[in-house]
Write a protein that binds this ligand. Structure first.
Ligand code: NDP
Length: 326
């Protein structure tokens, strides 16, 4: 028998607060060589989208699995999210199927939890203002996750569609776990970013959405979109002057257009460390109040598998999910 866990099940079993600590451990395991994981394969569906095949195995917690994630930007017109995903969890000892889980919510939440881990180590302790560029699924989950690790007082949000940024700002203020947080849409990206302590890029854009001159010393920039080698959200000059942290060095060299295209432009985009090395205490986090830090997130299979394993263990303990004969 295996367990089928729906998005509703996963949401009940995986609160954001627990997920941030779980992701800190997962990143640390990854960057200390305790995870078997190739860089994901990308399979084109056609001009309308692609899917990623993301397997990982680890000995502690003993688990193995794979996420299949589809990216279809045109889904919004159908009333569907642009990112959909399914996670298959296997028994590490036998290889037997243990669970099939909805991966959409895990993708939404674990990505923001990882960014919160980056803020924990790289944002200034006195960071109070967050700018979010993009107003979709990740904008909302990032507001939730960042408010759990930073004492945010003001959140500014911009995306090209006024109705989307206004709705996102309203929803964020309603749902935020940070009491007293003011969330507002801005008329331009520049108005959101200038003076912000933490800048989050969560867009489907393929060319830079901010300018280097808008980023002041001491800012922590989190780049979450642009997960293909021909896409970028950040200007080369910013990438060149920042202390650059990635989730996976191997993946960054294959997928991170923000870094690869900056290098093509002749910029010295040297990667300082993997975030997991900082979590494990083998690399430094922020080194000074004036550092501009960038965390370039691509998304790792180990994040999905560790999150799915946590949900599976909790489902077994609580009786959640539907048993399926296999
Ligand atoms: P959504 O499709 O829900 O939202 C995309 C947002 O991008 C929309 O709000 C859209 O604005 C905005 N946007 C598009 N073009 C621009 C632009 N030029 N400037 C500013 N904003 C723009 O996507 P998600 O929130 O699910 O994902 C956001 C990004 O994060 C995607 O690139 C996705 O692939 C990536 N991602 C990365 C992960 C990781 O692990 N690193 C995991 C999951 C997703 P509007 O609404 O106004 O049209």
């Amino acid at each position: 028998m295996a367990l089928l866990l729906t998005e509703h099940d996963v949401k009940q079993l995986l609160p954001m607060a627990d997920l941030i600590d779980a992701m800190e451990r997962a990143l640390s395991l990854f960057s200390t060589g305790q995870v078997n994981q190739p860089v994901r394969s990308i399979v084109e569906l056609g001009a309308h989208g692609f899917f990623g095949v993301m397997p990982a195995a680890l000995a502690s917690p003993a688990t193995a699995g794979m996420k299949l994630v589809t990216v279809v930007p045109g889904n919004h017109a159908r009333g569907l999210p642009s990112h959909l995903a399914t996670i298959v969890l296997l028994n590490h000892e036998t290889g037997a199927l243990e669970a099939i889980l909805d991966g959409r919510y895990i993708t939404e939440a674990r990505t923001a939890a990882v960014s919160a881990v980056s803020a924990r180590h790289l944002a200034r302790r006195d960071a109070r203002t967050v700018a979010i560029i993009g107003a979709g699924v990740q904008a909302r989950s990032h507001a939730d996750a960042l408010a759990r690790v930073l004492d945010i007082k003001e959140l500014r949000i911009w995306s090209p569609t006024a109705a989307h940024r206004e709705a996102a700002a309203r929803e964020i203020e309603e749902m935020t776990p940070a009491p007293g947080l003011k969330s507002r849409p801005t008329a331009t990206a520049q108005a959101a970013v200038e003076g912000a302590d933490v800048v989050v890029l969560v867009t489907s854009a393929t060319t830079p959405v901010i300018e280097d001159a808008w980023i002041a010393p001491g800012t922590h920039v989190i780049g979450v979109g642009a997960c293909r080698p021909n896409q970028r959200e950040m200007p080369a000059a910013l990438v060149g002057r920042a202390r650059l942290i990635v989730d996976s060095l191997a993946a960054a060299m294959k997928e991170a257009g923000d870094i690869l295209l900056a290098r093509q432009d002749g910029v010295d985009a040297t990667i300082s460390a993997e975030l997991g090395e900082i979590c494990a205490g083998v690399a430094a986090g922020r080194t000074g109040a004036d550092d501009v830090t960038i965390f370039k997130s691509l998304g790792l299979a180990v994040e999905d598998v560790v999150a799915a394993h946590l949900v599976f263990e909790r489902a077994k303990a609580s009786g959640a999910g539907a048993a399926i004969a296999v």
